[in-house]
Design a protein around this ligand. Structure first.
Ligand code: IPD
Ligand code: CA
Ligand code: CA
Length: 265
């Protein structure tokens, strides 16, 4: 990838995420209707929809030949080498409850590799970005993952999916196991920010299952570029699907991997 073009794509993504964040804030504390999706706890609002419309329109005006994968609406494939992966509002439940932990997440892949990731938390004006090979930044200042080397000194973050199946029970067994080995585990409710907070060293690691590509695409690059590591729970390459994600500062990865890859009982 030509570095000038990569830089141009990054500038476009930053600008688009900022504007989408402004759209989210225009609905914050001001929602008329909240709809349910897959279940009573899986929500969508006018903020998700308006943010998505704006981002998709921007991409289609500036890069009409590029592909787009976005949470709320299917977009027809163009068979492009470029794929934009968008969560127009990550943390919808927090947003609905006026908890300021939510974000716009936009990742861009070229030939299956993420080259740009931007996550914007507009309620507190925090803009995270990474461009592959150029490091990670929060409001244009470089960020780095923590240097904690043991689970016992670690603060972790996790999340739980909307579907409450057998795997969900297993998730709680793991939660208990991991909790007892660490300083604590938080559940913030916005996957993109879980990655970013790990990238800036607030958390030492993050794990979750049942995520989607738009939850992880931008955040994973931001953590990797900040010096962290992202894999599947068994240490293999992490799935684009977001099925099982282990994301750490790198130092505690093996220890956490050993717990997560234990057989289901
Ligand atoms: C959700 C959040 C949450 C995670 C869920 C996601 P949404 O995304 O990232 O932290 O635990 O699995 O679906 O629905 O708010 O965009
Ligand atoms: Ca999400
Ligand atoms: Ca979402």
């Amino acid at each position: 990838m030509n570095p000038d073009f990569q830089e141009k794509l990054l500038r476009f993504t930053l600008q688009t995420a900022r504007e989408a964040g402004t759209i989210l804030m225009s609905h914050y504390g001001n929602l008329q209707k909240i709809k349910q999706k897959s279940s009573a706890i899986d929500l969508v609002t006018a903020a998700d929809v308006d943010s998505e419309k704006y981002i998709v329109n921007e991409i289609q005006s500036c890069y009409p030949a590029h592909d787009i994968l976005t949470e709320e609406t299917p977009v027809e494939s163009q068979n492009s080498d470029f794929l934009w992966v968008i969560d127009p509002l990550d943390g919808t439940t927090n947003f609905v409850h006026q908890l300021p932990i939510f974000a716009v997440s936009i990742g861009l892949q070229y030939l299956g590799k993420t080259i740009v990731g931007v996550v914007f938390n507009p309620a507190v004006d925090k803009l995270f970005h990474a461009s592959s090979g150029f490091g990670s930044f929060l409001n244009n200042k470089p960020i780095h993952s923590s240097s904690t080397i043991t689970l016992s000194d670690s603060l972790l973050v996790t999340g739980f999916p909307y579907t409450h199946d057998n795997y969900w029970n297993h998730g709680f067994t793991l939660f208990k196991d991991i909790y007892s080995k660490t300083r604590g585990v938080r559940r913030l409710g916005a996957a993109a920010l879980d990655f970013c907070f790990t990238a800036m060293g607030r958390f030492d690691g993050y794990w979750e299952f049942g995520l989607q590509p738009w939850d992880i695409c931008a955040g994973a690059l931001i953590l990797q570029e900040a010096g962290g590591k992202v894999t599947d729970w068994d240490g293999s390459e992490f799935p684009f699907s977001g099925d099982r994600i282990l994301a750490t500062n790198g130092e505690i990865h093996r220890e956490l991997e050993a717990v997560l890859s234990r057989k289901k009982t």
